[in-house]
Design a protein around this ligand. Structure first.
Ligand code: DAK
Length: 259
Protein backbone atom coordinates (compact mmCIF):
# COMPACT_ATOMS: atom_id res chain seq x y z
CA UNK A 1 0.00 0.00 0.00
CA UNK A 2 1.43 3.43 -0.88
CA UNK A 3 1.76 6.24 1.65
CA UNK A 4 -1.31 8.01 0.20
CA UNK A 5 -3.41 4.86 0.50
CA UNK A 6 -2.55 4.12 4.15
CA UNK A 7 -5.60 4.83 6.27
CA UNK A 8 -3.40 5.86 9.15
CA UNK A 9 0.20 7.03 9.34
CA UNK A 10 2.26 5.94 12.33
CA UNK A 11 5.69 7.04 13.54
CA UNK A 12 7.52 7.27 16.83
CA UNK A 13 9.35 10.20 18.39
CA UNK A 14 11.27 9.03 21.45
CA UNK A 15 8.75 7.70 23.95
CA UNK A 16 5.83 9.17 21.99
CA UNK A 17 3.87 7.12 19.44
CA UNK A 18 2.19 9.28 16.81
CA UNK A 19 -0.82 8.28 14.70
CA UNK A 20 -2.40 10.43 11.99
CA UNK A 21 -5.73 9.69 10.36
CA UNK A 22 -5.22 9.72 6.60
CA UNK A 23 -8.33 9.90 4.43
CA UNK A 24 -7.89 13.51 3.27
CA UNK A 25 -10.36 13.28 0.36
CA UNK A 26 -13.27 12.62 2.74
CA UNK A 27 -12.07 14.79 5.64
CA UNK A 28 -10.87 11.69 7.52
CA UNK A 29 -14.35 10.12 7.60
CA UNK A 30 -14.10 7.07 9.85
CA UNK A 31 -14.91 3.89 7.95
CA UNK A 32 -14.61 0.45 9.57
CA UNK A 33 -11.23 -0.22 7.89
CA UNK A 34 -9.73 3.00 9.25
CA UNK A 35 -11.12 2.31 12.73
CA UNK A 36 -9.68 -1.23 12.65
CA UNK A 37 -6.25 0.10 11.60
CA UNK A 38 -6.43 2.77 14.30
CA UNK A 39 -7.37 0.30 17.05
CA UNK A 40 -4.58 -2.08 15.98
CA UNK A 41 -1.95 0.68 16.01
CA UNK A 42 -3.18 1.97 19.37
CA UNK A 43 -2.86 -1.55 20.80
CA UNK A 44 0.65 -1.88 19.33
CA UNK A 45 1.74 1.32 21.07
CA UNK A 46 -0.08 0.33 24.25
CA UNK A 47 1.92 -2.91 24.40
CA UNK A 48 5.25 -1.33 23.41
CA UNK A 49 7.30 -0.74 26.59
CA UNK A 50 9.25 2.04 24.84
CA UNK A 51 6.10 4.11 24.21
CA UNK A 52 4.69 6.07 27.17
CA UNK A 53 2.23 8.43 25.47
CA UNK A 54 0.24 8.34 22.21
CA UNK A 55 -0.56 11.37 20.02
CA UNK A 56 -3.56 11.07 17.72
CA UNK A 57 -4.06 13.64 15.00
CA UNK A 58 -5.82 14.33 11.72
CA UNK A 59 -4.83 17.04 9.26
CA UNK A 60 -5.00 20.81 9.62
CA UNK A 61 -8.31 20.76 7.70
CA UNK A 62 -9.96 17.89 9.50
CA UNK A 63 -9.47 15.80 12.60
CA UNK A 64 -12.46 13.72 11.36
CA UNK A 65 -15.81 14.81 9.91
CA UNK A 66 -17.57 11.81 11.41
CA UNK A 67 -18.24 8.21 10.56
CA UNK A 68 -18.31 7.52 6.83
CA UNK A 69 -21.86 8.39 5.77
CA UNK A 70 -21.50 6.67 2.39
CA UNK A 71 -20.51 3.47 4.15
CA UNK A 72 -23.52 3.62 6.50
CA UNK A 73 -26.20 4.92 4.13
CA UNK A 74 -27.56 1.56 2.94
CA UNK A 75 -26.91 -0.50 6.06
CA UNK A 76 -29.76 -2.29 7.80
CA UNK A 77 -30.25 -2.84 11.49
CA UNK A 78 -29.12 -6.44 11.01
CA UNK A 79 -25.97 -5.58 9.03
CA UNK A 80 -25.08 -2.85 11.56
CA UNK A 81 -25.62 -5.33 14.38
CA UNK A 82 -23.57 -8.05 12.70
CA UNK A 83 -20.68 -5.73 11.84
CA UNK A 84 -20.48 -4.86 15.56
CA UNK A 85 -18.28 -1.83 15.00
CA UNK A 86 -18.58 -0.93 18.66
CA UNK A 87 -16.04 -3.66 19.38
CA UNK A 88 -13.39 -1.56 17.60
CA UNK A 89 -14.28 1.52 19.65
CA UNK A 90 -14.08 -0.61 22.81
CA UNK A 91 -10.49 -1.52 21.91
CA UNK A 92 -9.61 2.18 21.76
CA UNK A 93 -11.43 2.81 25.04
CA UNK A 94 -9.27 0.11 26.69
CA UNK A 95 -5.93 1.79 25.82
CA UNK A 96 -4.11 2.33 29.11
CA UNK A 97 -1.51 4.87 28.06
CA UNK A 98 -2.39 8.57 27.91
CA UNK A 99 -3.65 9.73 24.51
CA UNK A 100 -3.08 13.34 23.47
CA UNK A 101 -5.41 14.48 20.68
CA UNK A 102 -4.15 17.12 18.24
CA UNK A 103 -7.36 18.51 16.77
CA UNK A 104 -7.68 20.97 13.91
CA UNK A 105 -10.57 21.74 11.57
CA UNK A 106 -13.65 19.52 11.54
CA UNK A 107 -14.24 17.39 14.64
CA UNK A 108 -17.77 16.12 14.07
CA UNK A 109 -20.02 13.18 14.88
CA UNK A 110 -17.91 10.05 15.32
CA UNK A 111 -14.88 12.34 15.06
CA UNK A 112 -16.01 14.27 18.12
CA UNK A 113 -16.72 10.96 19.87
CA UNK A 114 -13.24 9.71 18.98
CA UNK A 115 -11.77 12.93 20.39
CA UNK A 116 -13.68 12.24 23.62
CA UNK A 117 -11.94 8.83 23.84
CA UNK A 118 -8.65 10.77 24.15
CA UNK A 119 -7.29 12.15 27.41
CA UNK A 120 -5.71 15.55 26.75
CA UNK A 121 -7.02 17.58 23.80
CA UNK A 122 -4.91 20.24 22.13
CA UNK A 123 -7.14 22.15 19.71
CA UNK A 124 -6.23 24.51 16.92
CA UNK A 125 -8.13 27.81 17.05
CA UNK A 126 -9.80 26.67 13.79
CA UNK A 127 -11.26 23.49 15.25
CA UNK A 128 -15.04 23.06 15.10
CA UNK A 129 -16.84 20.55 17.28
CA UNK A 130 -20.28 19.06 16.82
CA UNK A 131 -22.59 16.06 16.78
CA UNK A 132 -24.54 16.73 13.56
CA UNK A 133 -25.96 13.19 13.24
CA UNK A 134 -29.42 14.73 13.75
CA UNK A 135 -29.10 16.34 10.29
CA UNK A 136 -28.89 12.92 8.63
CA UNK A 137 -31.74 11.29 10.54
CA UNK A 138 -29.81 9.57 13.31
CA UNK A 139 -28.19 10.42 16.64
CA UNK A 140 -24.75 9.98 18.21
CA UNK A 141 -23.89 6.29 18.56
CA UNK A 142 -20.33 6.10 19.87
CA UNK A 143 -20.81 7.76 23.22
CA UNK A 144 -21.82 11.32 22.24
CA UNK A 145 -25.04 11.42 24.26
CA UNK A 146 -23.14 10.22 27.34
CA UNK A 147 -19.71 11.85 27.17
CA UNK A 148 -20.74 15.25 25.76
CA UNK A 149 -23.10 16.15 28.66
CA UNK A 150 -20.42 15.07 31.12
CA UNK A 151 -18.13 17.71 29.59
CA UNK A 152 -20.59 20.45 28.58
CA UNK A 153 -23.48 19.97 31.00
CA UNK A 154 -27.00 19.04 29.96
CA UNK A 155 -28.28 22.28 28.39
CA UNK A 156 -25.35 22.89 26.06
CA UNK A 157 -25.00 19.20 25.15
CA UNK A 158 -28.72 19.08 24.27
CA UNK A 159 -28.31 22.21 22.14
CA UNK A 160 -25.35 20.71 20.25
CA UNK A 161 -26.94 17.27 19.78
CA UNK A 162 -30.51 18.40 19.00
CA UNK A 163 -29.72 21.40 16.79
CA UNK A 164 -26.58 19.98 15.19
CA UNK A 165 -24.79 23.30 15.69
CA UNK A 166 -21.02 23.49 15.93
CA UNK A 167 -18.93 24.84 18.80
CA UNK A 168 -15.81 26.89 18.16
CA UNK A 169 -12.51 25.93 19.74
CA UNK A 170 -12.89 28.77 22.23
CA UNK A 171 -16.40 27.62 23.23
CA UNK A 172 -15.09 24.08 23.57
CA UNK A 173 -12.31 25.33 25.84
CA UNK A 174 -14.67 27.52 27.88
CA UNK A 175 -16.88 24.49 28.56
CA UNK A 176 -14.17 21.94 29.29
CA UNK A 177 -14.41 19.86 26.11
CA UNK A 178 -10.76 20.51 25.23
CA UNK A 179 -7.64 21.13 27.30
CA UNK A 180 -5.88 23.96 25.44
CA UNK A 181 -6.40 26.07 22.30
CA UNK A 182 -3.37 27.14 20.28
CA UNK A 183 -2.72 28.98 16.98
CA UNK A 184 -3.40 26.72 13.99
CA UNK A 185 0.26 26.66 12.88
CA UNK A 186 1.26 25.04 16.18
CA UNK A 187 -1.51 22.59 17.04
CA UNK A 188 0.42 19.45 16.10
CA UNK A 189 3.82 20.56 17.44
CA UNK A 190 2.17 21.69 20.66
CA UNK A 191 0.43 18.33 21.09
CA UNK A 192 3.73 16.48 20.57
CA UNK A 193 5.40 18.84 23.06
CA UNK A 194 2.66 18.17 25.63
CA UNK A 195 3.03 14.43 24.95
CA UNK A 196 6.79 14.60 25.60
CA UNK A 197 6.20 16.54 28.82
CA UNK A 198 3.78 13.83 29.96
CA UNK A 199 6.15 11.08 28.80
CA UNK A 200 8.83 12.43 31.13
CA UNK A 201 6.73 11.33 34.14
CA UNK A 202 6.61 7.83 35.60
CA UNK A 203 4.84 5.55 33.08
CA UNK A 204 3.07 3.43 35.70
CA UNK A 205 1.85 6.49 37.60
CA UNK A 206 0.59 7.89 34.29
CA UNK A 207 -1.45 4.79 33.52
CA UNK A 208 -2.86 4.61 37.06
CA UNK A 209 -3.73 8.32 37.02
CA UNK A 210 -5.56 7.91 33.71
CA UNK A 211 -7.44 4.94 35.10
CA UNK A 212 -8.36 6.93 38.20
CA UNK A 213 -9.71 9.91 36.27
CA UNK A 214 -11.73 7.69 33.93
CA UNK A 215 -13.22 5.93 36.97
CA UNK A 216 -14.69 9.29 38.02
CA UNK A 217 -17.12 8.98 35.12
CA UNK A 218 -18.21 5.46 35.98
CA UNK A 219 -18.72 5.34 39.75
CA UNK A 220 -20.21 7.13 42.75
CA UNK A 221 -17.69 9.36 44.58
CA UNK A 222 -17.12 7.00 47.53
CA UNK A 223 -16.29 4.10 45.22
CA UNK A 224 -14.05 6.27 43.06
CA UNK A 225 -12.15 7.50 46.11
CA UNK A 226 -11.65 3.93 47.31
CA UNK A 227 -10.36 2.96 43.85
CA UNK A 228 -7.98 5.95 43.83
CA UNK A 229 -6.64 5.02 47.26
CA UNK A 230 -5.77 1.48 46.13
CA UNK A 231 -3.99 2.75 43.03
CA UNK A 232 -2.12 5.28 45.17
CA UNK A 233 -0.96 2.59 47.64
CA UNK A 234 0.12 0.34 44.76
CA UNK A 235 2.47 3.00 43.43
CA UNK A 236 4.54 2.58 46.61
CA UNK A 237 5.49 -0.85 45.27
CA UNK A 238 7.21 0.73 42.25
CA UNK A 239 10.83 1.77 41.78
CA UNK A 240 9.55 4.94 40.12
CA UNK A 241 7.96 6.11 43.39
CA UNK A 242 11.29 5.69 45.22
CA UNK A 243 13.16 7.38 42.38
CA UNK A 244 10.70 10.28 42.14
CA UNK A 245 10.65 11.06 45.84
CA UNK A 246 14.38 10.48 46.39
CA UNK A 247 15.19 12.73 43.43
CA UNK A 248 13.10 15.48 45.00
CA UNK A 249 14.85 15.08 48.36
CA UNK A 250 18.27 14.99 46.66
CA UNK A 251 17.37 18.03 44.52
CA UNK A 252 17.92 16.29 41.18
CA UNK A 253 15.75 15.30 38.22
CA UNK A 254 14.18 11.84 38.47
CA UNK A 255 14.87 9.11 35.93
CA UNK A 256 11.77 6.96 35.68
CA UNK A 257 12.02 3.41 34.35
CA UNK A 258 8.42 2.23 34.41
CA UNK A 259 9.27 -0.33 37.08
N1 DAK B 1 -18.62 10.74 5.50
C1 DAK B 1 -18.28 10.55 4.23
N2 DAK B 1 -17.79 11.54 3.45
C2 DAK B 1 -17.66 12.77 4.01
C3 DAK B 1 -18.00 13.01 5.36
C4 DAK B 1 -18.52 11.92 6.15
N3 DAK B 1 -18.84 12.04 7.43
N4 DAK B 1 -17.77 14.32 5.62
C5 DAK B 1 -17.28 14.85 4.47
N5 DAK B 1 -17.21 13.92 3.51
C6 DAK B 1 -16.72 14.09 2.12
C7 DAK B 1 -17.72 14.88 1.30
O1 DAK B 1 -18.73 14.03 0.80
C8 DAK B 1 -16.83 15.41 0.20
O2 DAK B 1 -16.57 14.38 -0.72
P1 DAK B 1 -16.58 14.68 -2.33
O3 DAK B 1 -17.90 15.29 -2.59
O4 DAK B 1 -15.43 15.63 -2.51
O5 DAK B 1 -16.38 13.33 -2.94
C9 DAK B 1 -15.52 15.69 0.93
O6 DAK B 1 -15.56 14.90 2.13
C10 DAK B 1 -15.36 17.15 1.33
O7 DAK B 1 -16.53 17.52 2.02
P2 DAK B 1 -17.39 18.82 1.64
O8 DAK B 1 -17.28 19.13 0.18
O9 DAK B 1 -18.74 18.61 2.19
O10 DAK B 1 -16.60 19.94 2.45
P3 DAK B 1 -17.17 21.31 3.07
O11 DAK B 1 -15.96 22.05 3.52
O12 DAK B 1 -18.13 21.95 2.13
O13 DAK B 1 -18.03 20.85 4.36
C11 DAK B 1 -18.42 19.56 6.39
C12 DAK B 1 -17.38 20.24 5.42
C13 DAK B 1 -17.64 18.80 7.43
C14 DAK B 1 -19.28 20.64 7.06
C15 DAK B 1 -19.34 18.63 5.53
O14 DAK B 1 -18.51 17.76 4.75
C16 DAK B 1 -20.24 17.76 6.38
O15 DAK B 1 -21.28 18.23 6.83
N6 DAK B 1 -19.88 16.50 6.57
C17 DAK B 1 -20.69 15.54 7.29
C18 DAK B 1 -20.62 15.78 8.77
C19 DAK B 1 -21.49 14.82 9.54
O16 DAK B 1 -22.71 14.76 9.33
N7 DAK B 1 -20.88 14.04 10.46
C20 DAK B 1 -21.60 13.03 11.19
C21 DAK B 1 -21.63 11.73 10.42
S1 DAK B 1 -22.56 10.45 11.27
C22 DAK B 1 -20.83 4.04 15.01
C23 DAK B 1 -19.93 4.93 15.53
C24 DAK B 1 -20.02 6.27 15.20
C25 DAK B 1 -20.99 6.70 14.34
C26 DAK B 1 -21.90 5.81 13.82
C27 DAK B 1 -21.82 4.48 14.15
N8 DAK B 1 -20.75 2.67 15.35
C28 DAK B 1 -19.67 2.19 16.19
C29 DAK B 1 -21.63 1.72 14.81
C30 DAK B 1 -21.00 8.12 13.97
C31 DAK B 1 -21.83 8.64 13.05
C32 DAK B 1 -21.47 9.90 12.41
O17 DAK B 1 -20.46 10.49 12.66
Amino acid sequence: MSHEESLILAETDGHVGIIRLNRPKVLNALNPELMAALAAQMETYDKDPGIYVIVLSGSEKAWAAGADIGDMAEQSVVSMYERDQFATWERIKRVKKPIVAAVSGWCLGGGCELMMHCDVVIASETAQFGQPEINIGVMPGAGGTQRLPRALGKALAMDVILSGRFLSAQEALDHGLVSRVVPKEHFFAEAVKVAHAIASKGPIALRFAKEGVLKAFETPLSEGLEFERKLFYMLFATEDQKEGMRAFVEKRKPTFKGK
